[in-house]
Design a binder for this molecule. Structure first.
Ligand code: PTT
Ligand code: SF4
Length: 612
């Protein structure tokens, strides 16, 4: 079968056994790869209600048909499991040499089951699988672990690993790879830790089956060159993602002081221009010619890689505006293997809760040293506060009480990205309906909303745009598995992707064919949620309450006096459900599921909650 290796590797850490399973064209064409494979496998194989941090959860590492093949930005891999922070489907996407090596070992996905007795490193080399002791690096950070692996196998291998955050099952621990960054915000690192799986290493040498390997090679290498030229011409990677910080500050969309404020006069001190001036090196994922990872020295002289989300949520959101201490918090998150975004929101929530008397403590906004101490307590689960905050802001708020849940900046348990939607209804909707909890990766509608429509509108055009973007970002790029930045940042045409797909698989699909897969994948994720939360309703798709609170409205600046309104947001949500073919609770109807070829899955889901 061209385009896919046709094989999945299943390993069991409890029994230290593995098996290779074949999949056919029907499965490949229906789910394509990455997120598509992951949600189908997890839906079919996980019993509803299992403990995400117990041995019954499974970790899926999945690539897609163009992943790992030289072509623009194809070095990405999806990591997925039932999420410890949301209890629903969770995944993330990171740049890593694992992408290419897993495929060259002969697999399009890896399923990790069970729980090892001792800390373990899984080593995969072509057809060989080894369960090796990792006691030596258990308790160590991701940098030291990575170096330990490189010293054993050389720098060219594919590596996924976790730090102390994952080992201690911090519910927002990520999976790390030094050739990319971090992935799996909804606790994929904690799932690895719960399995005592410190690292996965792969080294493959087999060819990846392609319909037209020579044609793909020419197309891919030519396009890598063109993308590089486009980047140089546009200058995008001068500031990379952090270019957006100054704009967010200008349009009152920056998270400041746990999202209480939307802009700050000192924000320029940590903007993209300052970051570029402080740059000491540039990093990129494999198969990328528009490398966007900018590193600086933190306040201890360590090299720390900063993106917009990391700066926004560990900087202004904590009222810290100097890059070196922001870099230090970011370095700590990377080394502990903790998500910078949830980490930033949990820290800001705690400072806010102290300020509002929900909990006693001496942490104050702007106190970088204080935030570092709390972050360490979280990663190592030290003391009552460290332990509580390691559970995420939603659970911590439930423990603190006193109305603090209103300013825990999360949706479905997962903390929001660095866009302050106090008065940005469409982006608030994008967070609300993101299928893994709040994340900007699914639909970054904010620029359309503020540049091409009216900010005040709660009209169907915004719901439609959220869906259009979900189909591309949360759909296509997550199952074909490639970085979306050439498209979103440089305008690289989406029409290139059916071309790559045809060269590797021989299948001639239009973008509309891909959108159908996207809708199928989103509906499948919804069924996963229905099974886990059968009594849930549309309030699961609401953003944090503080954005609706008139008392929280800005007192000056471009959106003074403005805030989201519940009835209007609910109307916007209904537009979204109507266009998607979902019922009033936000689940796909039977007719929608039948249209997407999911009647069997619908029948299985009905045991847990009825469908309209
Ligand atoms: C992603 C999320 C992001 S999105 C950022 S910064 W961003 C944070 N980065 C973290 C980090 O770094 N260290 C850490 N300990 N935690 C971190 N958490 C946060 O994780 C990422 C890039 C970026 S930089 C973005 S937008 C794009 N994301 C893509 C995506 O999701 N899919 C896709 N097909 N292409 C993408 N391209 C871009 O990749 P999660 P990465 Mg990460 C230091 O995975 O869980 O989705 O969270 O992916 O390889 O590290 O690159 O302004
Ligand atoms: Fe990785 Fe950035 Fe390149 Fe995307 S643009 S592949 S995130 S280095």
């Amino acid at each position: 079968m061209n385009g896919w290796t046709g094989q999945i590797l299943r390993v069991n850490l409890t029994t230290k056994t593995f098996q290779v399973e074949a999949f056919g064209e029907k499965f490949a064409h229906k789910w394509v790869g990455g997120r598509g494979f992951a949600v189908k496998i997890l839906y079919d194989e996980l019993a509803p209600g299992i403990d995400p941090l117990g041995p019954d959860n499974k970790l899926v590492v999945a690539v897609g048909p163009i992943a790992g093949i030289p072509a623009p930005n194809t070095g990405k891999t999806v990591v997925a499991a039932k999420s410890p922070i949301t209890g629903g489907y969770g995944d993330g996407n990171l740049g890593t040499r694992m992408t290419e090596h897993l495929r060259k070992c002969g697999y399009d996905a890896l399923i990790v089951e069970g729980r090892a007795e001792r800390p373990t490193m899984l080593y995969i080399e072509d057809g060989k699988v080894e369960f090796l002791p990792a006691d030596e690096v258990w308790g160590k950070g991701t940098y030291e672990t990575n170096d330990w692996i490189y010293a054993k196998y050389g720098k060219g291998v594919g590596v996924l690993n976790i730090g102390q955050g994952g080992e201690n099952m911090v519910r927002y621990a990520v999976v790390r790879s030094l050739e990319g960054r971090a992935g799996g915000r909804p606790g994929m690192g904690a799932v690895m830790g719960s399995k005592r799986l410190k690292a996965i290493v792969a080294k493959g040498t087999r060819p990846i089956p392609q319909a037209d390997a020579a044609g793909m090679k020419k197309l891919g290498t030519d396009d890598l060159r063109t993308v590089h030229e486009m980047d140089k011409k546009s200058g995008w990677s001068i500031q990379s993602t952090t270019g957006v910080l100054a704009w967010c500050n200008e349009v009152a969309a920056l998270p400041v002081r746990n999202f209480r404020k939307t802009h700050h006069p000192d924000a320029w001190k940590c903007d993209g221009e300052r970051l570029n001036n402080a740059r000491i090196a540039t990093y990129g994922c494999p198969n990328c010619t528009m490398r966007c990872g900018i590193t600086i020295h933190d306040d201890l002289g360590r090299e720390s890689e900063l993106d917009y989300e990391n700066v926004g949520l560990l900087g202004p959101n904590l009222e810290i505006f100097d890059l070196p201490p922001i870099g230090a918090l970011n370095y700590m998150c990377d080394d502990y293997g903790i998500d910078t975004m949830s980490g930033g929101c949990v820290l800001s929530f705690y400072a806010d809760a102290v300020e509002h008397g929900a909990v006693s403590g001496d942490l104050r906004f702007g106190d970088a040293e204080g935030f570092k101490k709390v972050l360490t307590a979280i990663a190592l689960r030290q003391g009552r506060i460290g332990n509580l905050l390691a559970e995420g802001s939603m659970r911590a708020a439930q423990a603190f009480g006193r109305g603090s849940i209103d300013y825990a900046m999360q949706v479905k348990g997962l903390e929001v990205a660095a866009y302050n939607c106090k008065f940005i209804p469409g982006m608030a909707l994008a967070f609300g309906v993101s299928p893994i909890g709040a994340h900007h990766k699914e639909s970054w509608v904010i620029t359309f909303e503020l540049k091409q429509t009216s900010r005040e509108s709660y009209g169907p055009e915004k719901a439609q745009k959220v869906i259009d973007l979900q189909r591309i970002r949360g759909g296509l790029f997550e199952y074909i598995v490639a970085c979306r930045f050439p498209w979103i940042e440089l305008g690289w045409s989406l029409d290139n992707y059916p071309k790559y797909f045809k060269a590797v698989s021989g299948i001639d699909w239009t973008l509309d064919d891909f959108w159908k897969v996207s809708d199928r994948v989103y509906s499948m994720i919804k069924l996963f949620w229905l099974r886990e939360f059968p009594a849930s309703d549309r309030r699961l798709d609401y953003p944090p309450a503080v954005w609706f609170d008139p008392a929280n409205a800005d007192t000056e600046g471009p959106i003074a006096g403005q805030h989201l309104e519940y009835d209007k947001y609910d109307g916007l949500l209904q537009h979204y459900y109507d266009i998607r073919g979902y019922d009033r609770r936000g689940f796909p109807t039977k007719a929608t599921l039948a249209r997407l070829g999911l009647s069997a899955e619908a029948a299985a889901a009905e045991k847990f909650g009825s469908l309209a």
